[in-house]
Write a protein that binds this ligand. Structure first.
Ligand SMILES: NC(=O)c1ccc[n+]([C@@H]2O[C@H](COP(=O)([O-])OP(=O)(O)OC[C@H]3O[C@@H](n4cnc5c(N)ncnc54)[C@H](OP(=O)(O)O)[C@@H]3O)[C@@H](O)[C@H]2O)c1
Length: 242
């Protein structure tokens, strides 16, 4: 059994939701360690800035505008990695949105948007990457869920349902496709990003939020394990989070 860790240097990594927050920090972190990154999201200007930053630092990155609610966009993201760098070693399904509101508010458009991005978007990523991983006989599928996947509180019913759904998908994926293909969930607590747009909630969260670097570190840790080790789940949150 090979017990040496997987090198980040040279990995080909596609990341969704990489135009800001955890996805952008993770793209920069992995590229700084020699990974070749394909960054996807809807905001093309933000993606272009991050690619320029990475390339200025001597790294390798390409932007791929994607809307994860469209299955064909996830296929395009995976194809772009293969065309540009010859393979795909890691897909990080990180894109997510949240509306915090009690169920009695009945904001169906927002609920459906969360289901489309957070749950269907991840499923689209799995479906796009698995054929490539299967042919290669290797691959890492990483999803960014949330502590909300397991801790259910008022106002987060639909968000928690999407993240709990992804947790189920990821665990079943691990059982179905191991041992060559690994599946890992990163479950962050409150994190200081652009995620929460509501000013009151943002102010309350900032008191207990951690930096997105903690999530990038957790992803690097999982990817750095020997091929024989699958880190199933990492919960990472601010020490101040209740
Ligand atoms: N911040 C927190 O407190 C927290 C806590 C636990 C878990 N999370 C999870 O962490 C992940 C990253 O969030 P973040 O905190 O880094 O927030 P963020 O800065 O708002 O990043 C979210 C990313 O998702 C992308 N995105 C949204 N809808 C998309 C779509 N339809 N297609 C493609 N990309 C889309 C956004 O890019 P575009 O707008 O350019 O498309 C952005 O790059 C999410 O899955 C979130 O649920 C966040």
């Amino acid at each position: 059994m090979n017990t040496s860790g997987q090198e980040i240097d040279g990995l080909v990594v596609a990341i969704t939701g990489a135009s800001s927050g955890m996805g952008a920090v993770t793209a920069r972190r992995l590229a700084a360690r020699g990974a070749r990154v394909v960054i996807g999201a809807r905001r093309e200007d933000a993606l272009a800035r991050i690619v320029a930053e990475i390339e200025d630092g001597g790294g390798h990155a390409v932007a791929c505008p994607v809307d994860v609610t469209r299955p064909e966009d996830s296929v395009r993201l995976v194809d772009r990695a293969v065309q540009e760098f010859g393979r795909l070693d890691v897909l990080i399904a990180n894109a997510g949105v949240a509306t915090v509101a009690p169920l009695r508010d009945g904001v169906l458009d927002d609920w459906n948007a969360m289901i489309d991005v957070n749950l269907r978007g991840v499923l689209h990523g799995i479906t796009a990457a698995l054929p490539v991983f299967t042919v290669q006989g290797s691959g890492d599928f990483v999803t960014v869920t949330s502590t909300a996947a397991a801790k259910w509180v008022p106002g987060q019913g639909v968000y928690a349902a999407t993240k709990a759904g992804v947790r189920a998908l990821c665990e079943v994926l691990r059982q179905e496709v191991g041992p060559q293909i690994r599946a890992t969930m990163i479950c962050p607590g409150a994190t200081d990003t652009e995620f929460t747009t509501d000013p009151d909630l943002r102010a309350r969260m900032s008191a207990i939020a951690m930096a997105p670097d903690a999530v990038a570190d957790a992803i690097v840790y999982a990817l750095s394990q020997p091929a024989s080790v699958d880190v199933g789940e990492i919960v990472v949150r601010s020490a101040a989070q209740p």
